[in-house]
Design a protein around this ligand. Structure first.
Ligand code: ADE
Length: 335
């Protein structure tokens, strides 16, 4: 999708049916009842990693116990963590405590930059808080919103690409109606109950069914497009930990390719040596998997072509990559 006037116009035309639909179908969620910027902050942080159903009751309890930023700021971390119990991801509670102290001291921020600077607030949460609590035309774009808009435009762009998120954020920013919070939550709602993430969307109930390109083509589930997962190539290697008295053989890996220029154990054949131990290990790189059989072997002669290093040097000087870490337990001074 190119950012163009046409896309903007198409989205703008889609606003009224979305608003009408949302007003008739919005779920009655506790954080939508009585709102302050502070309660929006609390609910959005809770909703970051916890399902709506699980947040409902806990949000009510939390905001009854700590109804304002000042109340939360003056509570102890222990009390707050206790109240957060069971929600998981406790750094959110600690961040909320820090944010409340800032707000109690300086007031609630009035700009996107100010909101985004609060602890625990990323781009998505900043957009949600700004549009819902402050009336600013700032979108909250996550996977749900990207699913809706890529279907709407039948856009084959890969949504894992951060530029796609940026493009849609700026497009949405252009079309925000004055009811900013309502629009943000209408998009969330559409993604949660109609244009659902797993399985077929409920296009029969969708306010955009006459406008959605993917639906008009009968290709809803072809979007969003994700970057193709590349297959990992499997490689078998025999890794030698060759010991000669108190030293071990290292090789410097080639300047190109995996672990370029780093020191590692040589690959090779254990047959010429005395074999003391062996074990298997696996290491997964982004595109390659090493299935390794490692041998601890012994020799009386420091052969050429290797760098011979003591256990201490290997530990402190050559810092072997973690691909070899299954075998570094063999690198010890001889007992
Ligand atoms: N997920 C994140 N924020 C939300 C909100 N305000 N309403 C419903 N679901 C959400």
């Amino acid at each position: 999708m190119e950012k163009s006037g046409r896309e903007e116009d198409a989205l703008r035309l889609a606003m009224p049916p979305l608003q009408t639909w949302y007003r008739a179908n919005a779920r009655d969620l506790p954080w939508r009842r009585l709102r302050t910027p502070y309660t929006v902050l609390v609910s959005e942080l809770m909703l970051q990693q916890t399902r709506v159903e699980a947040v409902k009751e806990r949000f009510v309890r939390f905001t009854e116990r700590f109804p304002t930023a000042e109340a939360l700021a003056s509570a102890s971390e222990e009390e707050i963590l206790k109240e957060w119990e069971g929600l998981g991801y406790y750094s959110r509670a600690r961040n909320l405590h820090k944010a409340a102290k800032i707000i109690a001291r300086e007031g609630f921020p009035r700009t996107w930059v100010g909101v985004r600077a609060l602890p625990g607030v990323g781009d998505y949460t900043a957009g949600a808080i700004c549009s819902i609590a402050l009336g600013l035309p700032e979108p909250a774009v996550d996977g749900n919103v990207l699913r809706i808009v890529t279907r709407f435009f039948a856009d084959p762009a890969e949504i894992d690409d951060v530029r796609v998120k940026k493009r849609y954020s700026s497009l949405l920013r252009e079309v925000y109606p004055p009811e900013t919070g309502e629009f943000t939550e209408a998009l969330m709602e559409l993604g949660a109950i109609v244009c659902v993430p797993n399985g077929a969307p409920m296009c029969g109930a969708c306010p955009w069914s006459a406008l959605c390109k993917a639906h008009l083509r009968g290709e809803e589930t072809a979007y969003p497009v994700r970057r193709e997962k590349r297959e990992r190539r499997r490689e078998d290697h025999t890794v030698l930990v060759i010991r000669c008295r108190d030293k071990f053989a290292l090789v410097r890996r080639p300047e190109k390719g995996l672990l370029a220029g780093l020191y590692g154990f040589p690959f090779g054949d254990p047959a010429p040596y005395r074999i003391l131990a062996s074990k298997r290990a696996k290491h997964i790189f982004t595109h390659i998997e090493w299935d390794m059989t490692g041998y601890l072997v012994e020799t009386d002669e420091e052969q050429e072509g290797y760098l011979w290093a003591t256990a201490e040097e290997i530990r402190y000087r050559y810092a072997l990559p973690s691909a070899f870490s299954a075998f570094t337990e063999w690198v010890r001074p001889r007992s």
